[in-house]
Design a protein around this ligand. Structure first.
Ligand code: NAD
Length: 697
């Protein structure tokens, strides 16, 4: 049993003790049931308090019990025991009462919390809904509208907000246990009733007419393609229209529908994949990390400014270096404008904006970088320039400073060679916009020191990024794989699909934007320029021909309001362009290709199976340590829909590796084989009947 019962005069305390977060494992459930039984059985005891040892109230279910046969007593048993107690029980909340933890608290007759406590029902984030009465009890306290908002978002609220919403009866200043005991004693003196949330009636007449149908429509738009949010509306409708018992039965049915839906499996995979990504195999975790108190950034362009904001946001001062005053002024101006925008939306106060901007120190002189603990280079993507910058850094940076490059494709080892301290060098590859996108690829060079790597892995968490450690190969994980994906999209355009059809199919699959739309955003000139520097034998000139012609016409993408699409001034909506259609058809004729029709299914399969195929190569070479790291890269760096779990998870679970292999072989043969070579790793896994997890977790 993970807890104990303590008698203090006429009061009984049910203590829960399951470090670190009092997850509601079977032992906790047993302790609750035992505690309630003792409380009820002792005639001298009049009132109970349910409290937790350690740093938090019950923070949620025990994830190690996920997917295993249920253990008795269940959470329902524990909740029923509390609620049916004949003596009032006060839940005493500190830390986080999330998910099952809040559902336990809602079974108590009263709840108190310290000011720093947070409560929430985050199940939706795992593709589920609260399955232990949360959808039935919460709306009885807060009203249906507030409960719906909380359960559909899954976001926590503070104790003060919870008190306002009626979930918390009293916010305690000072010691929680003393406050809870006082509150419980007060209930006895006031002869307060045994208040059971289940007995509260929801007045459905008070809801606006058509409330639930409107909510379904609104949520379908806001939470595109997600299964659980719609079931949450159903569960709340049940709470409002059925008896409590019938509502619980309905909640259970809906919970099981969510549990058996592929989205919850995918979202649980994402949950674990993200945590796993933070652990680096074969590293000595006990190595002392370096202290990062100040950062310098070289280049105040698109990336440098966004990168700077990440550090300013968490109170780390940043020195920002440019070559010319006007570039520096422009960069600072963009940062300022971004902060002002955030403030105008009410997400920051002007005082916070001023504090952040005040920690930014612009400079044109390398000497000002001498004291920085970490220096991140974000200058043009040209090896000669990067080498020149790192050579200068080597001269001015203090001993022990970490030197990082934000390069998208270039070799970290070659960059490190331009310094006398290659073990201090690594890649920190942020994604655009760098102040928004959560992914950080942490590129480990051949000589990067362990403590440098571990320091940056830790730092990623500090600046709220999801860090994925990867090997030093062209394009690392994400951009390397993009090649396979974007190639198929452009090839289908050459073979008969128009950009708008390809992109719509990808968006319908769940991507935030199509890959051709993404090229317009990044600028078609970027690829154009890089192809000028590359050996023409290394890419398929047929599929890049249209893009080249577009660039030569001045259609550079969004920045020139014309690329694969036309754009109206100040509007990022892509509009199909007759000029582009003509060029595409002309290029197909040039290569003697008879254009044909494509189904959306083929578009999705070819793009994402090709993406996964390069993912297998990335794994085979060791650029990524595990398939789930690749999923994390695509989820947080490219907007792959989380409810599909990432490209590797999708291929394994939605398509099946055997089918994926058969289809890839066919597509490879149909397209001449040269640019789509099936990964030997995929062949091997299928031959052995194994999945990605067999390669290590
Ligand atoms: P950018 O052209 O917007 O900015 C580069 C800035 O660096 C310019 O302001 C320029 O004045 C400055 N600069 C150039 N040489 C310099 C030098 N020697 N010293 C000081 N400043 C110098 O480019 P960007 O898009 O911010 O890209 C920067 C780096 O980040 C590149 O390596 C790029 O590949 C990488 N990257 C870009 C993206 C993206 O989507 N834009 C995403 C990830 C990584």
């Amino acid at each position: 049993m993970l807890g104990r019962f303590e008698k203090r005069g006429d009061l009984g305390i049910i203590w829960i003790d399951n470090p670190p977060v009092n997850a509601i494992s079977v032992g906790v459930r047993a302790a609750i049931i035992d505690g309630v039984a003792r409380l009820v059985a002792d005639p001298a005891i009049k009132v109970g308090v349910l409290a937790c040892e350690g740093r938090t109230f019950m923070a949620g279910a025990d994830i190690t019990e996920f997917g295993k046969p249920p253990l008795s007593p269940s959470l329902h048993d524990a909740i029923a025991a509390i609620e049916s107690s004949e003596k009032p029980i006060v839940g005493a909340i500190h830390g986080t009462a999330f998910g099952g933890g809040l559902e336990v608290a809602l079974a108590c007759h009263y709840r108190v919390a310290v000011a720093g406590a947070k409560i929430g029902l985050p199940e939706v984030k795992l593709g589920l809904l609260p399955g232990a009465g949360g959808t039935q009890r919460l709306p009885r306290l807060t009203g249906v509208e507030t409960a719906l908002g909380m359960i559909v978002s899954g976001d926590p609220i503070s104790a003060a907000q919870a008190a306002k919403a009626g979930v918390i009866d009293k916010v305690i200043d000072g010691n929680l246990l003393d406050g809870a005991i006082d509150y419980a004693q007060g209930l006895i003196t006031q002869r307060a009733p045994l208040r059971k949330i289940r007995d509260i009636n929801i007045d459905v007449e008070k809801l606006p007419p058509g409330f639930f149908d409107d909510a379904r429509k609104r949520i379908a738009k806001e939470r595109r393609s997600l299964f659980a949010p719609q079931r949450i509306v159903d569960a709340l409708e049940a709470a409002a229209t059925l008896s409590f018992e019938k509502g619980l039965t309905r909640e259970r049915e809906l919970f099981l529908q969510c549990l058996h839906n592929s989205q919850s499996k995918a979202l649980q995979h994402v949950f674990f994949a993200e945590r796993r990504a933070a652990t680096v195999p074969n590293l000595d975790k006990n190595v002392a990390k370096r202290d990062i108190k100040s950062v310098a950034i070289i280049g105040a362009g698109t990336m440098g400014g966004g990168i700077a904001m990440n550090f300013l946001n968490v109170g780390i001062p940043v020195t920002l270096l440019e070559m010319k005053q006007e570039a520096l002024d422009r960069g600072i101006g963009v940062i300022r404008k971004n902060y002002d925008n955030t403030a105008s939306k009410g997400k920051l106060t002007m005082q916070q904006v001023e504090q952040r901007v005040a920690m930014l120190r612009p400079t044109l002189s390398y000497h000002d970088l001498a004291e920085a603990d970490l220096i991140i280079e974000a200058v043009f993507e040209t090896m000669a320039i990067k080498k020149d910058v790192f050579g200068k850094l080597d001269k001015v940076a203090k001993r022990g400073a970490i030197l990082a490059s934000n390069t998208s494709y270039l070799s970290i080892d070659e960059i490190a060679d331009s310094t006398s301290r290659p073990s201090d060098v690594l890649g920190m590859h942020f994604f655009s916009p760098a102040n928004v996108m959560r992914l950080l690829e942490i590129v480990r060079g051949a000589r990067t020191a362990q403590d440098v790597l571990l320091t940056v892995v830790d730092l990623a968490k500090r600046i709220n990024k999801v860090g994925v450690v990867c090997g030093n190969r062209d394009g690392f994980i994400g951009n390397r794989m993009l090649g396979g994906y974007a190639y198929q999209a452009s090839l289908m355009v050459l073979e008969g699909a128009m950009p708008e059809q390809v992109d719509a199919a990808l968006r319908n699959f769940g991507m935030p934007m199509g890959v051709l739309q993404m090229s317009d955003l990044a600028g078609l000139d970027v690829g154009y320029k890089s192809r000028r520097d590359r050996d023409p034998a290394t890419f398929d000139g047929r599929v890049t021909r249209s893009a080249d012609l577009l660039v030569e016409m001045g259609r550079l993408g969004q920045k020139s309001q014309a690329g694969y699409y036309d754009y109206a001034p100040g509007d990022r909506t892509p509009r199909p362009s007759p000029v582009v259609s003509e060029i595409i058809e002309k290029v197909s004729r040039e290569y003697g290709i008879a254009r044909r029709r494509f189904t959306d299914e083929e578009i999705v399969e070819r793009c994402f199976l090709a993406l996964m195929n390069v993912g297998c190569e990335v794994l085979r070479e060791g650029t990524a340590s595990r398939a789930s790291d690749i999923d994390v890269v695509y989820l947080y760096g490219y907007g792959f829909p989380a409810y599909r779990g990432g490209p590797m998870f999708w291929a394994e679970n939605e398509v099946g590796l055997k089918t994926a292999l058969e289809k890839l072989r066919k597509y490879s043969a149909d397209t001449g084989g040269q640019w789509l070579t099936v990964s030997p790793l995929l062949e091997q896994l299928v031959a052995q009947g194994k999945g990605f997890a067999s390669l290590g977790q």
